[in-house]
Design a protein around this ligand. Structure first.
Ligand SMILES: Cc1cc2nc3c(=O)[nH]c(=O)nc-3n(C[C@H](O)[C@H](O)[C@H](O)COP(=O)(O)OP(=O)(O)OC[C@H]3O[C@@H](n4cnc5c(N)ncnc54)[C@H](O)[C@@H]3O)c2cc1C
Ligand code: FES
Length: 253
């Protein structure tokens, strides 16, 4: 894990107010894995006190990318960063996706900004494996397909693609797959992950979910990000240290 003052190389505005920050950080770029995250100090002053966690969206050479839209104070401050500004970053943090498992087709299921980790995941999946992405949002403005291929879209209001949620869309397509030869990689709101967990456990499909929760330290010290495990003793795990990616069978979402 590194703590580094990294320089902003580029700010890219994608469609619908989504911002992509390209940050020069050779140390982190060299070792970070898809699904791991960075804890970012969004301002140079002491406020806001807490860092904000962001998935690594992509890596190119010595640069890492994060993707966000303006949510609250932290992302607003981050959106004002210019080329040449420094950002203090802590990372890589947490456990990423296990992309080396046995499967022929990787199925990505993402809702809203849950799409953020997947351009990097797609890059790292071995050539020869198929990748199909199911991407959802409340409406067409929430659908983020940046850096993804073979995309099927669902929107709650039907303004783009299938009318309904992304888990229903995936469920409609399950019959096309050999369930023993697919692996699902998912990220999005916990309600979406919970529905997907129920479906994949019922269908006996290997599924990993990247969970979200409020965080402080980001590396297991403050105990502020518990998640219940499904182990017999129901012990609590930490999203930042034991996750954020878990096998869907291992946690209570
Ligand atoms: C491991 C991990 C990876 C993440 N990766 C990304 C990423 O790649 N891109 C990204 O945009 N975000 C990501 N997030 C969420 C991101 O950290 C929050 O969006 C960010 O903290 C918002 O900060 P803020 O200061 O703008 O909003 P705050 O001022 O902290 O919050 C503003 C309001 O939004 C609510 N809120 C904050 N975050 C969320 C959320 N995630 N879902 C629903 N409501 C929320 C708060 O409760 C509050 O009411 C990730 C979170 C985790 C835990
Ligand atoms: S955020 Fe501090 S222990 Fe997880």
């Amino acid at each position: 894990m590194f703590v580094t003052d990294a320089v902003v190389e580029k700010t890219i505005e994608l469609e619908h107010n989504i911002i992509l920050l390209q940050i020069f950080s050779p140390e982190i770029a060299r070792i970070i894995k898809p699904g791991q995250f960075l804890n970012v100090k969004v301002s140079d002053s002491v406020f806001p006190l807490l860092r904000r966690p962001f998935s690594v969206c992509d890596v190119a050479g010595d640069s890492i990318f994060i993707m966000f839209n303006i949510y609250g104070e932290g992302t607003k401050l981050l959106s004002h960063k210019n080329v040449g500004d420094f950002i203090n970053i802590l990372g890589p943090l947490g456990n990423g996706f296990l992309i080396e498992d046995e499967y022929e087709t990787a199925i990505i299921v993402a809702g809203g900004l849950g799409a953020a980790p997947f351009p990097f995941l797609e890059k790292k999946i071995k050539p020869g494996k198929k990748i199909i992405s199911f991407i959802g949002g409340r409406n067409y403005r929430d659908v983020i397909t940046y850096g993804m291929s073979s995309v099927l879209v669902a929107t709650d209001d039907g303004s783009l693609g299938f009318e309904g949620n992304v888990v229903q869309l995936f469920q409609n397509h399950i019959g096309h797959f050999d369930k023993e030869k697919i692996k699902v990689f998912a990220c999005g709101p916990n309600a979406m992950l919970r529905a997907l967990q129920k479906l994949t456990l019922f269908e006996n499909i290997n599924c990993e979910v990247s969970t979200e929760c409020a965080m402080a330290c980001g590396f297991g010290i403050c105990q502020g990000c518990p998640i219940e495990s499904t182990s017999e003793d129901h012990k609590y795990l930490l999203v930042c240290k034991d996750g954020p990616v878990f096998n869907a069978k291992d946690v209570v979402i």
